[in-house]
Design a protein around this ligand. Structure first.
Ligand code: B12
Length: 232
């Protein structure tokens, strides 16, 4: 039988770090699971009570306060007392690997630390569910990639004519941007000097912003040095 996995994401204790719990809850929902989030500051009793009421398959705790060695065993014991000891108790947060091992030895499922992939978490829960219940977990279809329609103007279809046009335009712009020293001198109203003539004979230099700025600076200097015309 195929069905949705029901998960309770719990946030027990005084820990106010809820970002991880929300990220994981949203990811599991997007993966096709039915997710219930308890909200902050729950007691272990409240978490287990909610798990019984909601008839979940998985109790998943988020603990970043350092109280994991108290809270996981308490929740596990209450789950057993309430007759849901066969459900999966998993979770994550700031939990050192040696504590993960100790908790695993006592019957807690796999725990996930910072940087864990939410996909890995979903896969782990699905695998546990298949083995424990024999049911087929519902898996949400992967989201569709955004449409790339030429008509929508997102990705224009390749066109040799357009490419050639762009190449011509780029050449024109490059030519316009690179005046030779001789041209620059002519533009400033001076006959080309010897060095300018020599420069004109050389192949045109590539126009860089620095070169353009240098030409402008030189032209300004000359203009300033020129004597003002006498008044008649
Ligand atoms: C953001 C942040 C805060 C924010 C919290 C914002 C919020 N609304 O969540 C603010 C500024 C409020 C804060 C406050 C404090 N913080 Co703080 N905080 C962090 C920080 C930098 C990032 C946590 C985070 O959001 N990560 C992003 C989420 C997506 O990642 P995540 O929570 O780790 O979740 C991933 C896994 O852990 C796992 N996971 C987590 N939950 C679950 C649940 C399930 C079911 C599963 C399967 C997996 C899973 O999967 C997730 C995806 O990869 C960490 C340092 C760190 N690099 O982790 C410190 C850190 C957690 N904070 C710390 C501390 C000490 C505090 C304060 C006590 C500081 C103070 N003296 O005031 C307070 C306590 C506040 C409180 N009321 O509890 C310590 C905790 C130390 C410890 N436990 O040993 C840390 C580790 C910093 C440090 N290196 O000392 N903090």
């Amino acid at each position: 039988m195929q069905r949705k996995i029901r998960v309770l994401v719990g946030k027990p204790g005084l820990d106010g770090h809820d970002r991880g719990a929300k990220v994981v809850a949203a990811a599991l929902r997007d993966a096709g699971m039915e997710v219930i989030y308890t909200g902050l500051h729950q007691t272990p009793e409240q978490v287990v009570e909610a798990a019984v009421q909601e008839d979940v398959d998985v109790v998943a705790l988020s603990i970043l306060s350092g109280a994991h060695m108290t809270l996981f065993p308490q929740v596990l014991e209450l789950m057993r007392e309430q007759g849901i000891g066969d459900k999966l108790l998993t979770g994550g947060g700031i939990i050192p690997p040696e504590d993960m091992q100790t908790l695993a030895d006592s019957g807690v499922g796999r725990l996930f630390g910072p940087g864990s992939s939410t996909q890995d978490i979903a896969v782990y829960i699905r695998e546990w569910f298949k083995t424990a219940t024999g049911d087929d977990p519902f898996v949400a279809p992967a989201p569709l990639a955004p449409a790339r329609l030429p008509s929508a103007g997102i990705m224009p279809a390749p066109s040799p004519a357009r490419d050639a046009h762009h190449a011509r335009a780029a050449k024109k712009v490059a030519k316009r941007r690179a005046p030779s020293r001789a041209t620059a001198a002519r533009r400033n109203g001076k006959a080309a000097s010897k060095p300018a003539k020599r420069a004109a004979a050389r192949p045109a230099a590539r126009a860089t912003p620095a070169r353009r700025a240098a030409v402008t600076r030189a032209a300004t200097k000359k203009a300033v040095r020129r004597k003002p015309a006498r008044r008649r």
